[in-house]
Design a protein around this ligand. Structure first.
Ligand SMILES: C[S@@+](CC[C@H](N)C(=O)[O-])C[C@H]1O[C@@H](n2cnc3c(N)ncnc32)[C@H](O)[C@@H]1O
Length: 268
């Protein structure tokens, strides 16, 4: 039986999949025409994927997964929303891209998938949905080949402490350090289309940078690279500005703070 908080989040993602699929942010038509939507940080961080097996954790409806396949990887994507996985499979069929998609709770993946991968990848908006990062680290390690690469690019835990309702300033509103119970947020529309009329709730867990790194170390992985960036992949605050490369930044009047991080780890 799935945890009731995760069940509620899965319900939310069923709705968000439909909204996001139709949104300009995801630009599915552009993807179908051949656009590759993987950003420069993940492209550079993961490197050459040709001929490699790649497992994409929390793949949503598979756009990034299929983009890795276009670059030559043999891909498997996993997500707990059956709406997302159904959409991912349809997209793979429509575009003629070979891909395997698995629908399950991340924590149940060992019951649904076997094997080890050259690369385990996850990115942009994944960790706050997970209650237990130690268990997440073990899943990452279990599905990685010896010598394999784990890569994550994600919003920086520091950025999550600020009030996301504020109109024009950074105001500390949320704790930095993890707690065992999630926070409840009311949701209007989706992050990809805030104008949508949908109303729902989400449960989110706070994770600190030390907790994230510690989860991977305690699973036996070696952290090879950790970087921080003064921009993020999505708009976290109303007053952020998009730069020429498509990253969301704070206006110049703010001192630079970390808004995103990337991390590489290896299984030895
Ligand atoms: C923000 S999306 C991933 C974003 C991806 N980078 C993208 O833009 O396509 C987060 C994904 O995590 C999935 N998810 C959340 N909790 C999960 C869980 N416990 N097990 C598996 N998937 C989960 C959601 O269904 C959603 O598709």
């Amino acid at each position: 039986m799935m945890d009731p908080f995760l069940q509620a989040n899965r319900e939310l993602w069923q709705h968000w999949t439909r909204i996001n699929y139709a949104s300009k942010t995801y630009d599915v038509d552009g993807f179908k025409r051949g656009d590759n939507r993987l950003d420069a940080v993940v492209r550079e961080g993961v490197g050459d994927v040709r001929g490699k097996s790649l497992l994409h954790l929390q793949c949503h409806f598979g756009l990034d997964t299929l983009c890795w396949a276009r670059l030559g990887a043999r891909v498997t994507g996993m997500d707990f929303s059956d709406e997302a996985i159904r959409t991912a499979r349809t997209l793979a069929q429509e575009t003629g891209i070979a891909a395997n998609f698995v629908c399950c709770n991340l924590y149940d993946l060992p019951q649904h998938l076997t094997g080890e991968f050259d690369i385990v990848f996850t990115s942009h908006g994944v960790l706050s949905w997970l209650p237990d990062l130690r268990a997440w680290g073990k899943i990452v390690a279990q599905f990685l080949k010896p010598g394999g690469l784990f890569f994550i690019a994600e919003a920086h835990p520091t950025a999550y402490i600020f009030d996301d309702d504020a109109e024009n300033d950074l105001r500390v509103r949320y704790r930095y350090f993890p707690s065992s119970s999630p926070d409840l947020f009311e949701v209007h529309g989706s992050y990809a289309d805030p104008t949508n009329e949908f109303r729902g709730v989400e449960y989110a867990w706070t994770h600190s940078l030390a907790e994230i790194v510690g989860a991977l170390l305690s699973a036996g992985l070696r952290v090879a690279d950790l970087r921080e960036y003064p921009f993020n992949a999505w708009q976290m605050f109303k007053f952020m500005e998009k730069d020429a490369d498509g990253w969301w930044c704070l206006p110049d009047r703010f001192p630079q703070i970390p808004l995103m991080f990337s991390l590489k780890a290896n299984k030895e």
